[in-house]
Design a protein around this ligand. Structure first.
Ligand code: PLP
Length: 469
């Protein structure tokens, strides 16, 4: 049985997977992480060669969950999560890699319903949550906030699930028509879209305000601090590795366009489980909190600026806490005091833990990219590899192109270009033809898809009260 502990719990109380799944953030403010990382042998890795993505995912999640969801049920949940036509997979390969330069591959994680890599983990999270709620005869009301991409991805994953009702706040200004239409078309049934007359920060503040009220303290969350989401990302790395190599004696490097540190953390866990990964390379945009952290050992909140890879616009990286827990030798008291200092001062010097040397030893390095870099890389890949990548993926590829590639490097494709046509046009001079499923999407935005409210917690509470059953 693989049990979980909170990074901040000095008593080290152990939880089962499904408890952590519904709880999300631990009550002490910490994040859940396995007591120990399950191991995968050379023989097991060989057995995964040639398997489909759902098969690889099932094998690894079964190990990570450690029996808390019966294997037969887990298999069914995963098959449902990645079934056609939700996943627009070619040759039923859910996460195909393609070569874009010498020893450089892009791994497509964005074939899901909203063309973003978040679909993959959220589809699985939705299935698992609904199963546990059904098992325990419970219902869950979720309140979330989105600046664009998470909203549609969560809604597509939770749409129609009988045990879950989702209220999603989004800012009235700032989202593209494409994003609005992606969300708007999912309104109805158990999905409620609420447009707040303010910015994304106002939406987040409203979520905090409402959840701080005892009547609404039970509201759930779907953000990437949920262990269920992180653990569903671990199989990406196995699937990519198995496609890029012929034998387990080969090593690969991964480059990950990073924001909240969820995706690359899953890569770290894959490495700790025994996957032959050499380096894990963090790619950031102009919001380079993580790049600075790796290079200086200082972790500092920096007000985020809006960029052309907006899903990586962060001021701090919540999931970094899970890696830091290992770096402080899994001492919850030390971790807790570090995170409290960080919360208080917005800054903490981690050099006292030898962080730079430790990160290096664990295989981490980093690089950053700018708007101009993104444009150049999109153009370069279009010209030289006849492929069009989105701006987030371009941040990763930029960092990959900057390094020597003596072994295969796999860079994660975290969204499809159709979501960011303005930037694509700026880079290559035209807007590529859309896939059938996205043609004219913006024109279908029906009136009434969004319920509009001012920045007013009382009005939000009323709306939830009226609609949560
Ligand atoms: C969320 C997101 C990221 C960042 O992923 P993290 O797990 O938060 O590091 C990168 N690219 C895209 C397109 C995203 O939506």
């Amino acid at each position: 049985m693989v049990n979980l502990i909170s990074t901040r719990d000095v008593n080290g109380k152990q939880l089962k997977y499904t408890d952590a799944l519904l709880e999300g953030l631990a009550q002490d403010g910490g994040l859940y992480i396995p007591c120990e990382y399950p191991q995968i042998s050379n023989e097991e890795l060989n057995k995964l060669r040639g398997k489909t993505y759902p098969q690889v995912s099932f094998y690894l999640k079964d190990k990570l969950i450690g029996g808390d969801i019966p294997s037969g049920i887990l298999k069914h949940l995963i098959d449902t999560a990645y079934s056609q036509p939700k996943f627009n997979s070619e040759n039923s390969n859910t996460t195909p890699i393609r070569k874009v330069a010498d020893n450089l591959y892009v791994q497509n994680l964005s074939l899901g319903p909203t063309a973003a890599f978040k679909d993959m983990a959220l589809q699985q999270l939705g299935q698992e949550m609904n199963y546990v709620l059904d098992r325990d005869n419970k219902n869950l009301v979720i309140l979330g906030a989105t600046s664009g991409d998470t909203g549609s991805s969560a809604e597509a994953a939770l749409k129609g699930l009988k045990k879950i009702v989702l209220f999603m706040l989004s800012p009235k200004v700032g989202m593209s028509d494409f994003q609005k239409a992606q969300m708007g078309q999912l309104t109805g049934g158990n999905i409620f879209n609420i447009s707040v007359d303010g910015r994304f920060d106002d939406c987040q503040d409203l979520v905090k305000l409402v959840k701080g009220n005892p009547e609404f303290a039970h509201l759930g969350a779907v953000n990437s601090i949920n262990w269920g989401r992180i653990s569903s990302q671990v199989p990406y790395y196995f699937a990519g590795y198995l496609q890029a190599t012929n034998s387990n004696s080969e090593m690969v490097d991964f480059v990950v366009p990073s924001g909240n540190f969820g995706n690359i953390l899953a890569g770290y866990i894959a490495k700790r489980m025994g996957l032959p990964i050499r380096n894990l390379i963090i790619a950031t945009n102009e919001n380079n909190v993580l790049d600075k952290l790796v290079k200086t050992g200082i972790y500092e909140v920096t007000p985020s600026q809006i960029t052309s890879s907006p899903s990586m616009d962060i001021s701090k990286a919540s999931n970094f806490e899970r890696l830091l827990f290992d770096i402080v030798d899994r001492n919850p008291a030390v971790l807790k005091s570090v995170m409290e200092e960080f919360a208080k001062n917005g800054k903490v010097d981690l050099n006292k833990f030898g962080i730079r040397e430790k990160l290096k030893k664990l295989g981490f390095s980093s690089g950053k990219s700018t708007h101009q870099d993104r444009l150049n890389v999109i153009k370069k890949l279009y010209d030289e590899a006849q492929t069009i990548i989105d701006p987030h993926t371009a941040d990763g590829v930029k960092v990959a192109l900057d390094k020597t590639r003596d072994i295969p490097v796999i860079s994660m494709e975290t969204a499809l270009p159709v979501k960011f046509e303005d930037t694509i046009k700026e880079a290559i001079g035209f807007v590529p033809t859309r896939e059938e499923r996205f043609v004219g999407l913006e024109n279908n935005l029906k009136g009434g898809a969004f319920h509009s409210i001012p920045i007013d917690a009382e009005m939000l509470k009323d709306y939830i009260r009226k609609n949560q059953n």
